[in-house]
Ligand binder design. Structure first.
Ligand code: SAM
Length: 446
């Protein structure tokens, strides 16, 4: 199982280059070859999109080609189900994997990036011609893409956008209507959400950042491109964090001087929120390399926290805390808007394995709470075993722990996501323009 992509990642780039027009035909083949590598790695589960972006083939490209490759792969992954359905209608038997990936990228260029057909088809044929094992499929690639270019397929059917097993799970958990609404969000490109160290700065920078301040304080920016060049980044005013991902730390409502433990902290979006609220924060994560990113983000924003590399389930430290945040490792199916690869790399068996890890971390967190202390458990998953199931089991086995219900609007919680027991089940369509799917529960120790 790959590690989940970050719920609150201060990432450096957004999806599309400032201009998403494809590069010239002459410059296009290396960009498409890099896209092929990236798509293949993402779908094989070897690397997520973010890890894949540091692939040498991609890193060596000029910025504009790199941005094109990234935009092409994201567009392909966001429409993979309908693209495959369109291809299946034209293939008598499945060609080798590399040819399939080239065809997928070709369809995305034709209908999603509006690449001129001669460029989309020509470069796709060139890509298969480059490889001895797939050379013989040049004619097939040419015929399939030319055929499709004459009869454009529909690429946004919600019944096809998610893998069948996940769509069936969402139908069982939320009903057929909600499952279709969730799936429809897969095709949509997300805006960039920013969390501010000082809420007053969000208002002050809103116009420059082409943004709108949402309930809860997140600024949703319509800008694109490298966020490191945006106003306020160098000054450490804000970090990139999805609107839903910013809600759990707000619900802890830490006060200056309180002790707070972020038990799965990296890369640090929620640690930054807790530190900005004035708590004395311990940011723990099992991964030392990922903790480095927490330290970098703290340094950029001028905030402070103690960082600890340890397993949160077995950390031998004896301290207890006023407030604990457990943003647990999960299948991350709620993050498909920014990381559409998770949908296609996830397997049914991942959910059970990660649910077991979450149960151990929840027990460890509950034990470290002071009397009267608050625990917020959250996951960016849409799967009930990683949300409702964990809450019910934790309450059943932990004396003295009770749910502390969340009210609609608290911390930016969308009313549609508030359950009768006061937990949150935020679905991607619960916020206008979309948001990551999250489950959030707040507990208090008696
Ligand atoms: C969902 S991410 C955390 C995102 C982070 N809270 C943020 O807002 O930026 C989950 C993190 O849990 C960490 N992790 C996984 N298992 C762990 C364990 N047993 N103990 C501590 N950290 C763990 C992973 O390394 C990963 O960084």
């Amino acid at each position: 199982m790959r590690r989940r992509p970050d719920g609150g990642t201060p990432r450096a780039v957004t999806d599309l280059p400032p201009s998403s027009a494809p590069p010239s035909d002459a410059a296009g083949l290396p960009a498409r070859a890099a896209a092929l590598d990236l798509l293949t790695a993402a779908l094989s589960g070897r690397a997520g999109m973010d890890e894949g972006l540091s692939h040498p083939a991609l890193a060596a490209l000029p910025a504009r080609d790199r941005a094109f490759a990234r935009a092409l792969v994201l567009a392909t992954l966001r429409h993979l189900g309908p693209i495959d359905a369109a291809l299946q209608g034209r293939l008598k038997k499945p060609p080798p994997d590399r040819v399939v990936q080239v065809l997928r990228l070709g369809v995305a260029q034709l209908f999603l990036l509006q690449t001129p057909p001669h460029a989309a088809v020509g470069t796709s044929v060139d890509l298969v011609a480059r490889d001895r094992g797939s050379q013989m499929f040049k004619g097939l690639v040419n015929a399939v893409l030319r055929g499709l270019s004459r009869e454009p397929p529909a690429l946004d059917d919600p019944d096809l956008l998610a893998p069948g097993w996940l769509h069936a799970r969402w139908r069982a958990a939320f009903g057929a209507d909600e499952a279709r609404k969730i799936a429809a969000m897969i095709a949509q490109e997300p805006a960039t959400d920013l969390s501010f160290k000082d809420p007053a700065r969000a208002e002050a920078l809103a116009a420059e950042l082409e943004g709108q301040v949402l309930s809860g304080g997140t600024l949703r920016s319509a800008r694109r491109g490298d966020v490191a060049t945006w106003p306020g980044f160098a000054e450490g005013d804000w970090w990139v964090q999805d609107a839903s991902a910013a809600i759990p730390a707000r619900l802890l409502a830490v006060q200056a001087g309180e002790t707070a433990l972020d038990l799965c902290a990296a890369p640090g979006g929620k640690t930054l929120q807790l530190a900005a609220a004035g708590a004395a924060v311990t940011a723990l994560d099992r991964s030392a390399p990922r903790l480095k990113r927490v330290a970098e983000n703290l340094a950029r924003t001028g905030l402070s926290a103690d960082t600890v590399a340890a397993d949160g389930a077995t950390w031998p430290d004896k301290r207890s805390f006023d407030a604990i945040l457990l943003d647990a490792p999960c299948s991350a199916t709620g993050t498909f808007r920014r990381h559409p690869d998770v949908l296609w790399a996830a397997k049914p068996s991942d959910v059970a394995g990660l649910a077991a890890v979450q149960a151990k971390l929840l027990d460890a967190a509950a034990k470290r709470l002071k009397s009267g202390g608050r625990l917020v458990y959250c996951v960016c998953s849409l799967e009930p075993e990683e949300g409702e199931g964990q809450t019910a089991a934790l309450l059943a086995r932990t004396a003295g722990l009770a749910l502390d219900p969340v009210a609609a609007g608290e911390g930016g919680a969308p009313a549609a996501g508030v359950r009768p027991d006061g937990t949150l089940r935020i679905l991607p369509h619960h916020l206008e323009g979309g948001t990551d799917g999250f489950y959030v529960a707040r507990f208090r120790k008696g």
